[in-house]
Write a protein that binds this ligand. Structure first.
Ligand code: V47
Length: 401
């Protein structure tokens, strides 16, 4: 206990100690402990940096000892990033919610002539982009429905128009599902489609549309989307032409632990091959207003565990993001001690989760993100989409290259 008395003030003065110092002092006191003997060999692997296999991953999902899993994930996270915790100042743009797919998981997509369906004219999309610009955003995150009539040229013009107007903003645009659909409509190969999107200004791809790769699950939740292998193949092609991407996993619906493990293993195998993934983002299923609204919402325990298991299994992914919009700010903050090193960004206007019943705010100011990160005992680092630190002054935004 000598370490304790030398680093902490007596209780009566504890209110004056900054929260991060208290958390750090506690960290050094806690050795790994668990009553679940199945976790011991996994702990041995974590200590020496050995890769988890599928059986380990299943054990991590099955155990009730969330603190032991969190301890291991946190130690890996700290080995990789120390206290650094990333966020960015971004704006979501959803150019259309018209979608041919009718996925059961989704509350955002609409058929084109029904109430609530919208498609932005290009000028409208540029105005939407500009309305977040007062925050000096460094990223536009652009995703939308699979529109049956919009020509490929619309998307090329959207990206080149945004680049022309906002040259310093990174365009993280179009999921693998959208890319594959655009390719089909334009009668181009996936590679050609990606090359044209890149030439028009796309800088990287978001991680959406991955859902769960297992066919059995995909048939239930998103029957009309490309299958898991096609998603992975599209990501591989993107990486091959020099576009980084993220990857997601939608959990908390009809999948089981084996499906989740299969999903993580497939992503890890592709990452071994290409190294093109930056960030893994587990997405909690929001059932409201979807065809699966009879399903219960995910629990805090599952959300936290999903973050921790992802960090432990995806040893070749640089970052695990706890997307505050989807997790809630409170769970996202706690997950910074369970494996996550990124909270996503200011967002400004979120539609996909809010159509599905999310109760989080539409956006968050950068000061609030920083406050949450500091209160978790971590050091906030504003990043650009490629994880380069961003420096702000009253009048300028600089990215360290
Ligand atoms: O692909 C759709 C999911 C994704 C629901 O790359 C739903 O940085 C829960 O991918 N309940 C789009 N999830 C969002 C996405 C994303 C978000 C934040 C950051 C990044 C990134 C990517 O949202 C879809 C789908 O998996 N989704 N409907 C729903 N009802």
């Amino acid at each position: 206990m000598t370490g304790w008395s030398s680093t902490l003030e007596p209780c009566s003065k504890s209110a004056k100690i900054p929260i991060p110092d208290i958390i750090k002092a506690m960290g050094s006191l806690h050795a790994f402990q668990t009553d679940d003997l199945r976790l011991k060999p996994i702990y041995e692997k974590v200590l020496v940096g050995e890769r988890m296999d599928a059986a380990d991953a299943l054990t991590l999902y099955c155990t009730g000892d969330i603190l032991a899993v969190g301890w291991m994930a946190n130690s890996v996270r700290e080995r990789m990033h120390g206290d650094k915790t990333y966020f960015n100042v971004n704006r979501h743009i959803n150019p259309t919610n018209v979608c041919v797919a009718a996925c059961r998981l989704c509350a955002f997509g609409r058929k084109k002539d029904v109430a609530g369906a919208y498609t932005m004219a290009l000028e409208e999309a540029f105005e939407t982009a500009a309305s977040g610009y007062s925050e000096a955003v460094t990223e536009f995150h652009i995703v939308g429905g699979l529109h049956p009539d919009l020509p490929f040229q619309y998307f090329l013009d959207l990206c080149s128009g945004l680049k022309q107007r906002f040259p310093q903003v990174h365009l993280k645009a179009f999921t693998m599902v959208e890319v594959a659909y655009l390719a089909r409509r334009a009668k181009l190969s996936i590679r050609e489609t990606l090359e044209q999107l890149k030439a028009s200004g796309v800088d990287s791809l978001p991680g959406g549309g991955a859902e769960i790769f297992a066919d059995r699950v995909r048939h239930i939740i998103c029957d009309h989307k490309i299958d898991g292998d096609q998603w992975l193949e599209t990501a591989k092609l993107a990486h091959q032409i020099g576009l980084k991407s993220n990857a997601t996993m939608l959990y908390g619906h009809v999948e089981n632990d084996e499906d989740r493990v299969d999903h993580l293993m497939k992503l890890r195998a592709l990452q071994d091959e290409t190294g093109g993934f930056q960030t893994f983002i587990p997405l909690a299923f929001h059932p409201d207003n979807t065809a699966l609204q009879h399903l219960p919402k995910t629990t805090g325990m599952l959300d936290i565990k999903q973050i921790a298991v992802s960090r432990l299994v995806l040893d070749n992914f640089p970052h695990v993001k706890s997307y505050w919009q989807m997790m809630t700010a409170k769970i996202a903050q706690i997950s910074l001690r369970f494996g996550a090193d990124d909270m996503d960004g200011t967002v400004i206007e979120e539609k996909i989760y809010h159509d599905a019943g999310a109760t989080t705010p539409q956006g968050m100011r950068r000061e609030e993100l920083e406050r949450l990160i500091r209160a978790a005992g971590r050091v906030p680092i504003e990043r650009d989409t490629l994880y380069r630190p961003v420096t702000r002054t009253e009048t300028s935004v600089t990215v360290a290259v």
